[in-house]
Write a protein that binds this ligand. Structure first.
Ligand code: GLU
Length: 551
């Protein structure tokens, strides 16, 4: 077989050579040890926590080492392509603070190693497929879908490994003139790798590949024996081929990707070998897991777990700093310890390493995220929280725009109890929850949610009338509470809870029941921050109006 001739026959339009591309994309001029990483999301319209988790690893590895991190759009699977998905990817990653140095952007490509969208790189893949064909390392395969299905049925019946390899790779034996005839007849074909692997040998003779994974240590797997498709009938590459060609030409040093790619690693290693290239360092991250209701660990699922989608966090209004902080706790086992020792440090200062990453499955836990978020939001000023909430509301809850009319009012609300030295309030978790939490400060959202305590319900009008009559907005906290105590005592309530406990028959209830009546009239809820402080923020007019409603 004249492979050179075959290559020309298949790819007459490819005039550039591999050397041309090597020259177009030279080795990067970076300091020793600098890492080059990339994120390669597929534009399916769904961007998930796994993407962000991987993006963090990429970003840290590159930026901690003075390297580069780029975004590549992996859109070779046209069946899954969704309009607008690239925008979603770019915007979501930007929202969560992922900074790319180059790659696809909303305003076109940035950087000298593009094009950064795989569907625009057809000629590049074809050039390298041509090279493999010309060296007898790849070949056109004319098997039809029916023939492949029949092969699978036969393999299943005879309990042999599935796939196109060895004797099943029937197009391997075609002569040049047979191929010419098929091409002339317009028969569709794919280009397959001509694998040198052989898994039919006795176990001890099977060649194994050994790869040093930066997260998992040494991987030891049987070599590839599949004649994997590298170019589809449309001339578009498969993931396998695009990965190898792109990560070589873009000079990626570290490939961070999900553990679901581990089984195809031997294919990639063989492709790198056949192309004469050095593979990158692989970093196969653990799957994201969660504990289900029964306490069993299972993979996060797109169907069952809305929290897998990054949209979930944006809709709910999680602050990106909280999500970042949380992701680092599941990325590196020593992060929490570091945070305790460095409570105010920027997370960029944390020395991230792949060695400290879990290999068995990273456990994702919304409750834990919420706890971390409380701490993270405590470190954010009321003014920044205001801006964050406003931006969130503009996008997701435009009907709330009025709560941003009075900046000083909302900032005071957001700041309640946050500056206590010993026990600062940690009420805020995410925007949706914060808005519910503070809704009673706004007349249109204010509603009575709880009932008056049974001990004082029948006296509620009397309590509230006395309260309003004696109300003086300039009272300090202790003058204010003395008045409540007095109102209670006059109506038959103990001035102290412990007096009521001792002699329950002598009283209707205690001062706490009286103040709860006032709290519910003002806030609609049994639980709230300090009533006096809230009144100071509500202002005299609103305070009087709310009490007055009950009379
Ligand atoms: N497009 C691939 C995916 O979305 C990327 C895998 C990789 O990073 O190599 O899973």
């Amino acid at each position: 077989m004249d492979n050179q001739k075959l290559a020309e026959l298949l790819f007459p339009h490819i005039t550039k050579t591999p050397e041309d591309y090597e020259a177009m994309y030279p080795q990067r001029d970076l300091p020793a040890g600098a890492k080059v990483t990339r994120l390669g999301p597929s534009p399916t319209g769904f961007i998930h926590l796994g993407n962000l988790y991987g993006a963090f690893v990429d970003e840290r590895l590159a930026h901690q080492s003075g390297g580069k991190f780029f975004l590549r759009i992996e859109d070779t699977d046209d069946k899954r392509f969704v309009e607008g998905a690239v925008e979603i990817i770019i915007n979501s990653l930007r929202f969560f603070g992922i900074q790319f140095d180059e790659g696809a952007t909303m305003d076109g490509d940035l950087g000298a190693y593009g094009d950064y969208t795989q569907s625009h790189r057809g000629e590049i893949y074809q050039c390298f497929a041509k090279k493999l064909v010309s060296e007898g390392k790849a070949y056109p395969c004319f098997l039809t879908e029916e023939e492949i299905a029949a092969i699978r049925t036969e393999q299943e019946a005879t309990k042999q490994n599935p796939g196109i390899y060895g004797k099943w790779a029937r197009s391997r034996g075609l002569s040049l003139s047979e191929i010419e005839t098929k091409l002339a007849a317009g028969q569709p074909y794919v280009v397959r790798l001509k694998s040198d692997g052989d898994l039919s040998l006795p176990e001890e003779q099977i060649r194994r590949i050994k790869v040093q994974d930066a997260i998992r240590g040494e991987l030891d797997m049987p070599e590839n024996d599949q004649d994997t498709v590298i170019l589809k009938a449309t001339g578009i590459p498969t993931y396998h081929f695009a990965h190898v060609v792109d990560d070589h030409l873009m000079r990626t040093t570290h490939v961070v990707r999900g553990a679901e790619w581990l089984p195809s690693l031997p294919i990639h290693i063989e492709l790198f070998e056949k192309l004469g290239w050095q593979p990158p360092v692989y970093c196969h991250t653990a799957q994201l897991m969660k504990l289900d209701e029964e306490g069993n660990k299972r993979k996060l699922s797109k169907r069952k777990d809305p929290e897998l989608s990054l949209d979930y966090y944006r809709n709910q209004g999680y602050h990106p700093a909280a999500v970042r902080e949380y992701l680092l706790t599941i990325l590196n086992s020593n992060f929490e310890e570091w945070r305790i020792a460095n409570p105010d440090a920027d997370i960029e200062e944390f020395p991230f390493t792949t060695e400290k990453m879990s290999t068995s499955g990273a456990l994702f836990d919304l409750n834990k995220l919420n706890d971390i978020s409380k701490d993270v939001l405590l470190r954010i000023s009321a003014s920044d929280l205001f801006d964050f909430l406003k931006a969130w509301s503009e996008e997701f809850r435009p009907e709330l725009s009025h709560i941003f009319d009075d900046r000083a009012y909302l900032e005071k609300i957001l700041d309640i109890g946050r500056h206590e030295e010993r026990n600062p309030r940690k009420d805020h978790i995410y925007a949706q929850q914060m808005v519910e939490n503070i809704s009673y400060f706004f007349d249109d959202m204010f509603q009575i949610e709880d009932e008056f305590p049974a001990e004082a319900a029948s006296d509620a009008p009397a309590i509230l009338k006395a309260y309003l009559d004696s109300y003086d907005h300039s009272d300090d906290q202790s003058q204010w509470f003395d008045k409540i105590r007095q109102i209670g005592t006059e109506l038959g309530y103990a001035a102290k809870p412990k007096d009521f406990k001792k002699n329950p028959d002598q009283y209707k209830g205690h001062v706490g029941h009286v103040s709860t009546v006032i709290r519910i009239a003002l806030m609609g809820r049994q639980q709230s921050p300090d009533v006096w402080e809230i009144q100071q923020i509500l202002g005299e007019e609103r305070t009087r109006a709310r009490i007055g409603k009950f009379l």
